[in-house]
Ligand binder design. Structure first.
Ligand SMILES: C[S@@+](CC[C@H](N)C(=O)[O-])C[C@H]1O[C@@H](n2cnc3c(N)ncnc32)[C@H](O)[C@@H]1O
Length: 205
């Protein structure tokens, strides 16, 4: 399979080489919670949840949150983080591949942060179909789209992770007959590694 393997990600967590990890929940999540866009009681999935900072923040806000990750070490870390706050948070974490996992029931929302950019673009079509299938009509996709364009892209080289989530490619994956897009511009969040993430909330049609 093109792109990083399960073992690649497992080794990242085992060795502690996780430069994407802020050590805390993404600041955009607090904004969406404050704006009331993510209500308590929603069923929400975090695919590629990593160490689970966002899972914890969502669970503490009363959201019925489920994290997915296929790296066993990430699953263990996310579960430990939730368990250490068991009095104030009650999320769940499953070990599964986002390209094949299916929910028992359609979800209200998905919080997509650095999972799309962790997948080789060969798998983006499949992942976008999964997201569309997981979310119920009228449900939302809270997306942080990684902007990590490299000079080599001009010569056609595909480099990552993180893979650059070019907005035109993302529009092709999430077309307007399947998703409602708010009008741009979208706010960006700079990352310490030099990347920027665009915050966009799509509504599934
Ligand atoms: C760049 S990390 C981001 C982790 C977390 N979202 C964050 O922002 O801190 C990408 C995560 O996606 C997971 N991942 C990558 N491909 C996956 C797949 N096919 N199925 C499930 N998890 C996957 C990795 O194990 C890793 O935890």
């Amino acid at each position: 399979m093109a792109g990083p393997s399960q073992d690649f990600w497992q080794q990242r967590f085992v060795s502690g080489q996780i430069p994407w990890d802020r050590g805390a929940a993404h600041p955009q999540l607090a904004l969406w919670l404050d704006q009331g866009l993510i209500d308590p009681g929603l069923s929400l999935l975090v695919p590629g949840c990593g160490r689970g900072h966002e899972l914890l923040a969502l669970a503490q806000a009363g959201v019925e949150v489920l994290g997915l990750d296929y790296a066993p070490a990430a699953v263990a870390l996310a579960r430990a983080q939730l368990e250490s706050h068991a009095g104030s948070a009650s999320g769940r974490v499953e070990q599964a591949d986002v390209l094949s996992w299916q929910p028992e029931m359609a979800l209200d929302a998905v919080y997509e942060q650095t999972c799309l950019c962790a997948l080789h673009p060969d798998h983006w079509r499949r992942y976008a179909d999964q997201l569309h299938g997981w979310i119920k009509p009228g449900g939302r996709l809270f997306a942080l789209l990684m902007q990590a364009r490299r000079d080599s892209a001009g010569a056609g080289v595909v480099e990552g992770p993180p893979y650059h989530c070019d907005i035109q490619a993302v529009r092709a994956l999430f077309p307007s007959d399947r998703w409602h897009w708010p009008a741009p511009p979208y706010s960006g969040h700079d990352h310490a590694q030099g990347w920027t993430e665009l915050a966009v909330v799509l509504t599934r049609i």
